[in-house]
Design a protein. Structure first.
Ligand code: HEC
Ligand code: HEC
Ligand code: HEC
Ligand code: HEC
Length: 469
């Protein structure tokens, strides 16, 4: 096609000296550029040609474009996460196709940093794109994690993709992220030794898992499972290392942060024991119009799949939906009560510090805040906990409630010793009042973000960073 066009152009524009000749040449060149551009953009992905059903369903996650503003739903979390970027913006997850665009646009990842500043680690790209394992290979793991998030933005060209879960160009499953390979070995489930059922869950577990950035190793991603993957095991690991994510600006607590421990919660569920995995519920077998069965790659809500999967063990959709609803309400109610206690504890600690309390006096209550908030977070950050493992969810929240009650009793004794009779608590009735309490001005952050998007992302980043915006 292109050769033919060049040929015709050369012939027609031979009388170059004439004005028409030049016009024809210019018009021809323009057409040539346009044609080769459109040929390029229509160029099919080899995975699309080879596996059209899997590809089309993978692409269809773009239809799941809704997410909820979690800070508006429970503004108390703004106080609990004060001092970290989680207090700025936090939305519930949506379809895989948005992963790169959402991490680009969230206020959490901020804007480009000033020359000489380190800023946010590139590790934030790790669970969004197959470009992350590619860059780890090219730059070395610590070369990648030591780089700045914004500086690698122009390198990101695809979103949660075939090669994140498959050996490229085939159906064989794999874990391209080295830290995930290590983590599965730590809990004695090395990927290579598992059957395809467990391997299916493990590919999801590369990203749907809790992690932290290792400060002593250039912020590389690590999954803290040396002692095991329960909240107690992970807490023991962090406590032994005296690790913390940030010092809470109100109470001076060294805070631990959980991130979406879906794999952990699922792994201890009744379903896991029966061999029911993420794939059974979120990626069921379906058939195309020719009757060919394939795995549905439109990873979405599981209740929509009731007739394809749950029905083999649960007889009534209504009954199951009601069970889920009850579990969700129960967990939410316990969490909302606990948050109020945690917020109070942070301010009671502040009042004690302000009145001259010392570390030997405060140690027990500060550790109680750390441990209670860790369990609250390990439950709250786990999307779908009420479906995946409601029993563990309730247990986490009740232990946390006991811990914070103990911590507040200790604080009450310290406050009495210091003759403090009144503690000021913040207004956390809305996202706005809670933001005001920690001195965060959302409008300013949005303005700075918009300028960054316009100057950097719109001009220099791949369109995948704009999906949905
Ligand atoms: C998030 C992980 C993930 C991504 C991304 C992903 N797959 Fe899969 N894929 C799976 C899992 C899990 C299975 C089921 C494997 C099993 O049960 O043995 C599967 C199965 C398959 C199969 C086997 C046939 C079938 O339908 O069961 C093919 C082929 C396939 N995927 C192609 C693709 C292609 C092409 C892409 C990219 C457009 C892709 N996959 C993206 C996880 C993924
Ligand atoms: C490479 C990392 C990665 C892998 C692998 C991965 N996910 Fe995700 N997943 C994400 C991210 C990031 C989001 C949130 C995207 C957003 O909100 O922009 C997400 C969102 C989701 C959602 C929410 C969808 C919605 O519409 O609300 C579900 C469900 C989900 N993933 C399940 C799975 C399952 C099941 C697997 C394994 C087959 C899997 N994920 C594998 C990163 C990953
Ligand atoms: C027994 C079936 C089942 C299994 C197994 C399961 N899930 Fe879920 N998952 C659900 C249900 C039900 C929900 C609640 C939302 C809905 O109605 O689908 C959910 C919710 C989620 C969400 C939150 C979606 C959102 O938009 O808030 C994510 C993410 C998720 N699951 C990932 C996983 C991962 C990863 C695994 C494996 C480690 C897994 N799930 C195992 C049934 C299951
Ligand atoms: C292979 C059988 C099997 C399949 C498939 C299955 N479940 Fe279950 N499920 C069980 C068993 C067994 C239990 C525990 C006994 C009970 O509570 O009924 C259970 C319990 C539950 C519970 C109660 C809470 C809990 O974890 O104990 C929920 C909610 C649930 N399943 C949701 C689902 C959903 C949603 C699907 C489909 C997306 C599904 N299940 C698919 C076997 C299955």
């Amino acid at each position: 096609m292109i050769n033919l066009l060049v040929d015709v152009m050369m012939k027609v524009s031979r009388p170059l000296r004439s004005k028409t000749g030049i016009t024809i040449l210019v018009a021809g060149l323009a057409l040539l550029t346009l044609t080769s551009w459109s040929l390029q953009s229509e160029e099919l992905d080899p995975n699309q040609i080879k596996f059209p059903n899997q590809f089309a369903s993978w692409e269809a996650t773009v239809e799941q474009d809704e997410s909820e503003d979690m800070l508006a739903q429970y503004p108390a979390s703004i106080i609990l996460w004060a001092g970290s970027s989680f207090a700025k913006e936090y939305h519930s997850p949506r379809g895989h196709q948005f992963a790169v665009a959402d991490v680009t646009h969230t206020l959490r990842t901020g804007v480009a940093v000033a020359e000489g500043d380190k800023g946010l680690s590139a590790s934030c790209w790790t669970c969004k794109t197959p470009d992350a394992p590619r860059l780890m290979k090219q730059m070395g793991i610590e070369g990648y994690s030591g780089a700045n998030f914004v500086d690698l933005g122009r390198e990101i060209k695809s979103v949660v993709y075939c090669s994140d879960c498959h050996v490229d160009g085939s159906a064989e499953l794999t874990l391209p992220r080295p830290y995930a390979q290590d983590a599965m070995a730590k809990i004695k489930l090395p990927f290579d030794k598992q059957d395809s059922t467990m391997q299916g869950a493990q590919v999801c577990g590369q990203c749907h898992v809790t992690y932290y950035f290792q400060p002593e190793k250039s912020n590389k991603v690590n999954i803290p499972w040396i002692f095991g993957s329960t909240a107690d095991d992970i807490e023991k690991y962090y406590d032994t290392r005296r690790f913390y994510e940030w010092i809470h600006p109100i109470s001076k607590t060294p805070i631990l942060k959980a991130r979406h421990p879906e794999f952990e919660h699922w792994s201890r569920s009744t379903h896991a024991k029966k061999g029911v995995t993420c794939i059974t519920c979120h990626m069921p077998q379906v058939s195309d119009d020719k009757g060919q069965t394939f795995t549905d790659h439109k990873v979405a809500g599981a209740m929509d799949n009731f007739d394809k999967t749950c029905i083999s063990c649960h007889s009534s959709k209504t009954a199951l939906a009601k069970k889920l609803d009850n579990a969700k309400n129960d967990i939410n109610e316990r969490a909302r009560n606990l948050e109020l206690l945690l917020v109070k504890a942070h301010y009671e600690a502040k009042a004690a510090w302000d009145a001259g309390a010392t570390w030997p006096q405060m140690n027990d209550s500060i550790m109680a805040i750390r441990h209670a908030q860790w369990r609250w977070d390990f439950a709250m950050a786990s999307h779908g906990l009420y479906a995946h493992n409601p029993k563990e969810g309730v247990a986490l929240l009740s232990v946390a409630t006991e811990q914070i009650t103990y911590g507040r009793e200790a604080l009450a004794r310290i406050l009495a010793q210091l003759s403090v009779t009144q503690v000021e608590y913040p207004d956390i009735s809305t996202k706005q009042t809670a933001h005001a309490a920690i001195g965060f001005i959302e409008a300013d952050a949005i303005k700075a973000k918009q300028a960054f998007i316009k100057d950097e992302v719109d001009k220099h980043w791949h369109p995948v960073a704009k999906t949905g915006y």
